[in-house]
Design a protein around this ligand. Structure first.
Ligand code: NAD
Ligand code: MG
Length: 378
């Protein structure tokens, strides 16, 4: 009975199903304080072969998570582990090669499973390694950041950065399952927690006004890592992402709306040098820009701009570039021209339009409004 979604016979955890239309579907298990037995059942029911390679980084490994999962799987599987150097700067082809080297050295075959234990960097890299190792092997995501739990572990986008652009090398490769234990957020630094919340706010803005309103009254609980609030935010985020991915797995249209604030944000990340901003922080500033531009176009009320700013502020996220930022109009426009959403030379953006919870993905906008917005922020 491999790859059956486990029954939830109590409310100790939630299951969100990612349904990919053609039979490829997988569960996201979301819980707080799973028992060892629950985790080991989840993992073993979604791991086919005998060989497993758990990949994490040198910041997460000393926190005990690697040990825990290695011990849980050891009675059932032939478990190998690999610890990579931490950081977005290491999300590249050279470090990815270390995963492939290890898999070959250990003679892992096509039935093996890679397990990504970590944040979005580990998840994206391990997923891509799984996509290319022997033309594709199974993988499982165990996300340990808010960013990874609410966004990057769901939906099958995998890849690494290139010096000329973020996430420019990659593949679509869906995991066998995702296991989210919100307990692991206890060790996550505040700044990383807040960065992940930027993506949760994003779901509210683009398609889920009820989530946005819930965030307006529950942000304090999220920041305090209240387990009930955290589990709710993670679950709603996964449901939103799963619905969008089901509608448009390969990003022909609506999936692009998940990139609200990301075109400006990626320019800020790349233009400021990797490491200056966390992804969610850059997205927060980028979303402030997209919201400002939407209002400038007359597509949303200024009230929505205010509410958006207030919510990001509550989450301690940045809304503007500091005075010493290297970003200027040219740098913005150059990086934005390299965006993956450029089609036939035309830049397309996700902008808010209409009441809270509505957005558009379009190249039909007044370019002057975009340039004015950039000028306001630099
Ligand atoms: P990250 O993976 O770098 O993790 C942030 C930091 O927290 C790292 O130093 C990490 O080692 C550390 N960490 C992770 N878990 C921890 C824990 N439980 N306790 C203490 N420290 C912990 O960054 P991220 O924000 O998780 O992910 C960002 C990356 O995800 C970017 O590369 C982005 O492009 C990618 N991403 C991908 C998708 C997608 O759809 N594939 C979506 C969103 C973001
Ligand atoms: Mg993102």
């Amino acid at each position: 009975q491999k790859n059956q979604v486990l029954d939830v016979n109590d409310d100790s955890y939630d299951v969100v199903k990612v349904d990919l239309n053609d039979g490829r579907d997988y569960p996201i298990y979301i819980g707080t304080s799973f028992t060892n037995e629950q985790i080991s059942d989840m993992l073993t029911s979604h791991i086919d072969g005998k060989q497993v390679l758990i990949i994490t980084n040198d910041r997460i490994a000393p926190l005990g998570y690697l040990d825990k999962y290695e011990k849980l799987l050891a009675p059932h599987k032939d478990v190998h582990t690999l610890v990579l150097p931490d950081g977005e700067a290491n999300k590249n082809l050279e470090i990815l090669q270390l995963i492939l080297d290890k898999a070959l050295e250990e003679k892992l075959d096509r039935k093996c499973t890679f397990i990504a234990l970590g944040g979005g960097v580990i998840g994206d890299m391990v997923g891509f390694a799984a996509a290319v190792y022997q033309r594709g092997v199974n993988f499982v995501q165990i996300p340990t950041t808010v960013m990874a739990m609410t966004d990057s572990s769901v939906g099958g986008k995998t890849g690494v950065n290139h010096p000329l652009g973020k996430n420019m090398i990659g593949a679509f490769h869906q995991p066998q399952c995702v296991v989210i234990d919100t307990d692991s957020l206890k060790t996550l630094p505040d700044r990383e927690l807040q960065s992940g919340i930027a993506e949760v706010i994003k779901y509210g803005l683009i398609r889920d006004s009820a989530l946005f309103e819930w965030l307006e009254s529950n942000m304090d609980k999220l920041l305090e890592r209240d387990p009930v609030a955290t589990r709710y935010a993670v679950k709603r985020s996964c449901e939103n992402k799963a619905e969008v991915v089901k509608a448009d797995e390969k990003e022909a249209g609506v999936r692009a709306t998940l990139n609200l604030g990301h075109t400006f944000g990626h320019a800020i990340e790349s233009g400021s040098g990797y490491g200056k901003w966390l992804h969610g922080e850059a997205v927060a500033i980028g979303t402030a820009m997209a919201t400002t531009m939407s209002a400038e176009l007359g597509w949303i009320d200024s009230d929505l701009v205010e509410r958006t700013y207030r919510l990001f502020e509550k989450a301690n996220l940045p809304l503007e570039l500091p005075l010493d930022s290297p970003m200027n109009r040219e740098i913005f426009l150059n990086y934005m021209a390299a965006d993956k959403k450029v089609a036939n030379g035309q830049l397309r953006l996700i902008l808010l339009k209409g009441p809270l919870g509505n957005c558009v993905f379009t190249g039909e906008f007044d370019r002057e409004a975009m340039v004015n917005t950039i000028d306001e922020f630099v």
